[in-house]
Design a protein around this ligand. Structure first.
Ligand code: FAD
Length: 372
């Protein structure tokens, strides 16, 4: 068969950017993907003009102008601004915590009034050394913001009481004293009009790709290459011989609702513990400019349930506690000894990477390879 320079395992953002850069430089790549489709976790699927984010809602945000310009070569972006809503029992608040939130909570109007209210609540608590996440959060934002907007949501995310979670999980809780509902602080933000999958398809244009092909099953078949770029799970690569790295995961329940609009916003967080899901995503609101082309009779929503991860489930968020960090370091040592294999991306490097950081990392790795 054909001889390739690189066998790229995984068609997520990391693998696709790396392969594109190599092909542009005249190197041949073969991309293997175990799922039936390309795209990794940014994959979106279209139904009647609604692009459903199949592996969780993705909002592109970055302050890196080079990455922003790069990604815009592969899809047109809109100017979507993430402004989530929080629902607590029958109350409704703007996120992130800002003057709109504080004014709804206490009827205050000025930043000085809001700051005074928070300071008063913190002082009343008398917490000198926070012993757990609850005390840590209370000492940063006071009682009301904690009780209504943090406690239940955090407990659902971790499946445990805030009193039983370590204080270090929360270092900072940003409070914004302006009337600004933009969740992210980054300079650039948007959603690709027409979904995310096109970014990967355009990156992989003209590159050989095999879907439904698990590297571990076909290792022997595909051997005509000089180097492997592996973006799957690093512990799986080594057959879990040092043990399993742990993840947190999310279960998505996607449903069609026979109404034009379900919640009037892309993201709504449910912050009380009694509601079993953490968030509801309404996909049509990621592309407001496509409204005319979207169905009027129905909408598509996804409920997100935070779930304990077990081997075999989709690994989403690495658990960067001491135990797992140590185990990852041990795997990294093995990786260092593996000749002609590059470990990349969020699973290969066991790291929580936003999309912009994955693009930057793949571009840097490709540049490094081309210098050799
Ligand atoms: P992946 O997308 O996971 O790609 C790896 C690919 O390798 C997968 O397609 C997998 O099937 C394939 N693979 C694995 N093992 C094998 C094998 N043995 N053989 C063949 N193929 C294999 N980032 C943002 O910037 N904004 C957001 O709003 C945002 N929201 C997110 C929400 C969720 C729920 C999650 C989980 C992540 C979110 N991210 C977000 C992060 C974003 O998803 C990642 O930055 C990006 O997808 C990582 O790309 P990757 O290529 O490293 O990994």
């Amino acid at each position: 068969g054909k001889v390739y320079d690189y066998l790229v395992v995984g068609s997520g953002l990391y693998g696709a950017v790396f392969a594109r850069e190599m092909e542009n430089a005249g190197k041949r790549c073969l991309v293997l993907e175990k799922r039936p489709h390309v795209g990794g976790n940014i994959y979106t699927e279209e139904t009647d003009g609604i692009h459903v984010h199949k592996y969780g809602a993705h909002i592109f945000h970055t302050s890196d102008v080079a990455v922003w310009n790069y990604v815009k070569n592969y899809a047109p972006f809109n100017n979507f601004i993430n402004s989530p809503i929080a629902v607590y029992k029958d109350e409704l608040y703007n996120l992130p915590f800002n003057m709109n939130t504080f004014s709804k909570l206490w009827g205050v109007r000025t930043p000085a009034e809001a700051k005074a209210k928070i300071a008063e609540q913190i002082a009343d608590l008398n917490i000198t050394e926070p012993q757990n996440l609850e005390e840590q959060a209370l000492s940063l934002v006071g009682t009301d913001v904690y009780e209504k907007l943090i406690k239940g949501y955090t407990e659902k995310q971790w499946g445990r009481d805030c009193k039983d979670l370590p204080a270090f999980i929360i270092k900072r809780l940003p409070l914004r004293f302006t009337y600004n509902n933009n969740y992210f602080n980054d300079k650039y933000q948007g959603i690709p009009v027409g979904g995310y999958t096109q970014i990967i398809e355009n990156l992989l244009d003209g590159i050989d790709v095999k879907t439904n092909t698990d590297f571990f099953k076909y290792k022997k078949k595909y051997k005509n290459f000089k180097k492997v770029v592996f973006t799957g799970m690093i512990d799986e690569y080594f057959d879990y011989k040092l043990g399993h790295l742990e993840y947190r995961t999310v279960r998505f329940e996607t449903e069609r609702v026979e109404e034009e609009s379900y919640q009037g916003n892309a993201v709504v967080n449910y912050t009380d513990r009694e509601v079993p899901y953490t968030r509801i995503i309404e996909h049509k609101y990621f592309e407001p400019e496509k409204e005319a082309a979207q169905p009027k009779e129905y909408t598509i929503i996804s409920k997100e349930y935070s779930t304990e991860w077990k081997p075999g489930m989709e690994p989403y968020y690495p658990v960067n506690d001491e135990k797992n960090s140590k185990l990852y370091e041990a795997y990294q040592e093995l990786a260092g000894k593996e000749k002609n294999v590059i470990f990349g991306g969020r699973l290969g490097q066991y790291k929580y990477y936003d999309m912009d950081k994955v693009i930057a990392a793949a571009l840097a790795e490709a540049k490094k390879e081309l210098k050799k």
